[in-house]
Design a protein. Structure first.
Length: 213
């Protein structure tokens, strides 16, 4: 069972709760012989932002043009992200809510793999066909405020976005979610909130290892 862990927070675990969730998951799956676990760190990878340069590169590849250094980096980064996703049976995302959404570096990873013919396609009638229904996803998310209430839920564009992309468009089965929230809003309860969430992360990791033993 190939497990890809996408780490999307470059804050140290002492400061970033989703970084601690990543570390907790990795510690929990250590030694699980049935799991082949690899990490894709969106902040460590060379991931130039998605834009016109990538489309220029596509055109040059088709026409035999000479690629610039940036265009070469973009094509290599896109291919690496796609290869990582292709090889995975389960994808675990550890990410924070920053300014109501996901970090830009994680969005760039998604831009690379959000490709027709790779993650989805359209039939003759224009209907969406999901191409990753054989894969599973796990979301590990931290947000300092409380966004699970009816008033605040519509503002949350991190977990909702990830569900829409990987579940709705790509067709992955979302088998688990752990969301730690409110630790900044309620500092007196912060340690309790975080530790309970990390316990759930450990449970999710143990369940994954057990299911595929």
């Amino acid at each position: 069972m190939n497990v890809l862990v996408v780490k999307a927070n470059n804050r140290p675990a002492s400061e970033g709760v989703s970084s601690k969730m990543y570390e907790t998951f990795m510690e929990a799956v250590k030694g699980a012989e049935n799991l082949n676990v690899t990490t894709y760190d969106v902040f460590e990878e060379d991931t130039p932002y998605f834009g016109q340069e990538l489309f220029n590169a596509f055109a040059k590849v088709q026409n035999g043009g000479e690629l610039t250094d940036l265009e070469q980096r973009l094509l290599a980064a896109k291919q690496k992200a796609m290869d990582a996703l292709t090889a995975a049976d389960v994808v675990v995302f550890a990410f924070p809510l920053w300014n109501l959404t996901i970090p830009a570096k994680l969005h760039t990873f998604i831009d690379y793999v959000f490709a027709a013919g790779f993650a989805f396609k359209y039939d003759e009638s224009g209907n969406l066909i999901q191409l990753m229904t054989d894969k599973k996803a796990i979301f590990l998310n931290a947000r300092g405020g409380v966004y699970s209430t009816p008033e605040n839920a519509p503002m949350e564009s991190a977990v909702n976005y990830m569900r829409n992309v990987f579940g709705g468009i790509f067709g992955m089965e979302i088998i688990d979610e752990v969301i730690i929230e409110g630790h900044n809003a309620m500092p007196a309860k912060a340690e309790e909130i975080i530790q309970e969430g990390l316990r759930k992360v450990t449970e999710v990791a143990a369940k994954l290892a057990k299911q595929h033993a």
